[in-house]
Design a binder for this molecule. Sequence first.
Ligand code: ASP
Ligand code: MG
Length: 439
Amino acid sequence: MQVLKFGGTSVGKPERMKAVAEIITRNDEPKIVVLSALSGTTNALVSIGQALASDKKEEATRQIAELKAHYEVFIKALLATDEKRSEAFEIIKEHFEFFSITLKISFNEALNRDILAQGELMSTKLFTLYLQEAGINAALLPALDFMRTNEEGEPNLERISADLTKKLKDFKGASLLITQGFICKNYRGEIDNLQRGGSDYTASLIGAAINASEIQIWTDIDGMHNNDPRVVDKTFPIAELSFDEAAELAYFGAKILHPASIWPAQKYSIPVKLLNTMQPDAKGTVISKSTNSDDVKALAAKDGITAIKVKSSRMLLAYGFLRKIFEIFEKYKTPIDMITTSEVAVSVTIDEDEHLEKIIAELSQLGQVEVDNGQTIICVVGNFVAERKGIVNKIFDALEEVPIRMISYGGSRHNISLLTDRVNKENSLKKLNEHLFGL
Ligand code: ASP
Ligand code: MG
């Protein structure tokens, strides 16, 4: 079986949704098709939740009505027959009855997650109706019947695999199953989700759970690019990446793929293809176990980084100093991205500054603390073997005029990271594009 995931923009307009139907029926391979909510819906649901949380009932009512109107227009353009249209209106009515109830009952986080789940529930139901109308044999596979997270909020792959395998027996013979991305049940059995952008993760988890032949992530770009097309003029799609390279790129800024979606595919060596619904025949990017060359593959940048330097109050870093520092970040569940050390000081970067003040207060007991906000990590990704000289030289040549705050090299053979102020990002990406790719 193949797993195909289509994101919000791929289903966000009736004509895009129809193009998805064409893509999934191009061959007879059995497929599980994972859909996001229509583009804009999850943002609208987040904002309805916020209005309810701050008791702005009128505002929430207005936003709900606006969303409903959007779906009504969508249905009329998607479906042609009176029969299917009235089925669709009936479905939408039920979902919006739920929204009216949310206006009357007291708000809590579990209710909020229920609200967020409505987008994927609606998109998959409407798409299934469209397929039926077009005479395509497809069935709805409810993600809430098998997609589970554990007490840490992490997917429970073993259980997902067992439940999904059991569930698939009910659908014997069906070669097209449509399911929801993003949504799941948590360990308490409540409706929950895999975090924003989590539909990619759903696809990869399903792929791993059923040992799929491949996982396809369909968006509106032709694969992962060698640099950020919003910043530099010339970029090209990367034909092949290893799982490790793709994970670094996804984590350090390439928006096309949810970073967590790599590990399930990697665990079972299932190739992941990044494909474009606008150009269904383009090759896109293939992420797999093997990599074709020992070279620089791509650049990525991650903004919103805070650098924290701790200078030991003793002359030298005594043993145990690093442990004490890391324990503070662990205590506040704040992941560290980069780290560099000298004899007397250590610098780390974080991208979640929710607990920054408390972290600084505790670090200050260990030494003198300096904080720089508004930093950017520039990340050079590839397969760097130590024998291949010159890459570091090229990077330094390119960034000759850029003030670099931190450098991390050798942590993995796939990543060289540099930290600089956000204002230097555009220039750095352009200069590196010239020096490393000749563009
Ligand atoms: N609809 C969800 C979101 O917008 C999940 C996804 O699209 O991947 O975050
Ligand atoms: Mg996405």
